[in-house]
Design a protein around this ligand. Sequence first.
Ligand code: PHE
Length: 346
Amino acid sequence: MLQDQITQYTAEVNAFDTHNADELEQFRIKFLGTKGIIKDIFDQFKAVSPEEKRVLGKVLNEFKQLTEAKYQALNETVESEQGLAGHVQLDLTLPGEGFEVGARHPLALVRREIIEIFNKLGFSVAEGPEIEDDWHNFSALNFPEEHPARDMQDTFFIKKGGEKGDIALRTHTSSVQVRMMEAGQPPFRALMPGRVYRNEAISARAHCFFHQVEGLYVDEKVSFADLKQTLFYFVQELYGEGTKVRFRPSYFPFTEPSAEMDISCTICKGEGCQMCKYSGWVEILGCGMVDPNVLENCGIDSKKYSGFAFGMGIERIANLKFEIKDLRLFSENDVRFLKQYKSALI
Ligand code: PHE
């Protein structure tokens, strides 16, 4: 009878005692193993008549619980008596397993350094969406209707026409300026880093996406002198004291006057090399005084407030810092390339 067997096994379990790991393991295999007694009794139980099942089911479960509890209690004693070393042969003199720490992406390193420098001047960080409407990317920024940048050749359009006009991947981070100015009133002093997209054939020198950092400072009486001094300070911090800057007149629809800023070549220090095409100067950013039209488009009184803006490509700055000439390397995720910048002190 199954019931008698269980009574007998119960007595056996109750009487069992050991301080020895091997004996305890034998006990576990005998009673709780996959081919053990409990499994066997449960199999037999399936064939028992329904009336018997009611009584026997309870007895069986109790027996199972008793056996498990017994095993656990003895196991704890054995383990604590033997200590971990009883089970695992530890050789504390073995060298540890190597742990590879990931590296920061060179673009992330450069972005972080740019942000840190401007933080010291009180610039905070703001972000905006990569999918933009026509207003934020073009119209509010004073781009005339027929401006070539709106062309299919330059911009990745997602949707043509619609409630909010064309929807496109932003072509520059200047769109974030608009969002920031629309959302509040001056003073604004922020950096806006982000990814931008342009419809370019991919080569060593051009890519369909890259990264920019935009800067915006709007307050009462902000002048071009403030712009120059801010960017001059930035360049000294980033490339070291003595780096020269020069401003060349330029044109952007959203700034007036506009300029492009060059720095003395960081590689040859102005002597002339491949990087600066033997001119001694390299261009690093576009900038200018925020056009009053743009301020008004964003609901800001252009008689009371003025400001400056600038925008630079992070890849360009990284190129000058690390001499990474092929833009494609930044997005190929080749670990051999990326891990070189692990300890880059910038
Ligand atoms: N948005 C410009 C570009 O993508 C850069 C810029 C930003 C110029 C702000 C002037 C002021 O080239």
